[in-house]
Design a protein. Structure first.
Length: 173
């Protein structure tokens, strides 16, 4: 990481002068798109963390601040992060009462539907301009190829691929 800029310029030096400027501009576009994805993902994490903390607090679930924080933090891991944290939160709520556990599960069922139907498509469309189907296919491929790590890097990789395809494969008139 300390020599990232040096490594980047070395990588660019491997290409002919005529292509170097175009590749540099393309990689800068990809960097902006991936940065916007990260901001969008951070916003989704923040929304889930705040909503979880509020609901868990209203339900008087023990350690509601910690559980809400973990819900938001683990939202960076597609699918598995949500499953892990909801199991933990439901387990903690079940220690007090089954109705608290039911409340936690109902909240999460409602939230995940709102996130999948409204929040994620709007935030990701505005941040990385990828279609929902592209995000879904990227997540499925990333998960199938490399598990949780693949799921983590799948959407930024899809954003990078779309920038490269738009620059080098799409015929412009």
């Amino acid at each position: 990481m300390l020599e990232g800029e040096h490594a980047y310029h070395f990588f660019l030096s491997l290409f002919p002068d005529a292509e170097r400027h175009r590749l540099n501009n393309t990689l800068k576009k990809a960097e902006r798109k991936i940065s916007k994805w990260l901001v969008g993902q951070g916003l989704l994490m923040l929304i889930l963390g705040v909503c979880s903390t509020i609901v868990f607090g209203l339900l008087h679930v023990r350690y509601f601040l910690l559980l809400g924080f973990l819900m938001g933090l683990f939202n960076i891991i597609p699918i598995a992060g949500g499953v892990i944290t909801i199991v933990v939160a439901a387990g903690v709520a079940a220690l007090d009462s089954w109705t608290k556990m039911a409340g936690v599960l109902i909240f999460y069922a409602i939230y995940i539907n709102i996130e999948n139907a409204i929040l994620t498509p709007r935030i990701m469309r505005s941040s990385v301009n990828l279609m929902g189907l592209t995000v879904l296919v990227a997540l499925l491929l990333g998960t199938a190829l490399a598990g949780i790590v693949g799921a983590l890097v799948s959407v930024p990789t899809a954003a990078l691929i779309t920038v490269l395809l738009q620059e080098y494969a799409v015929q412009k008139e």
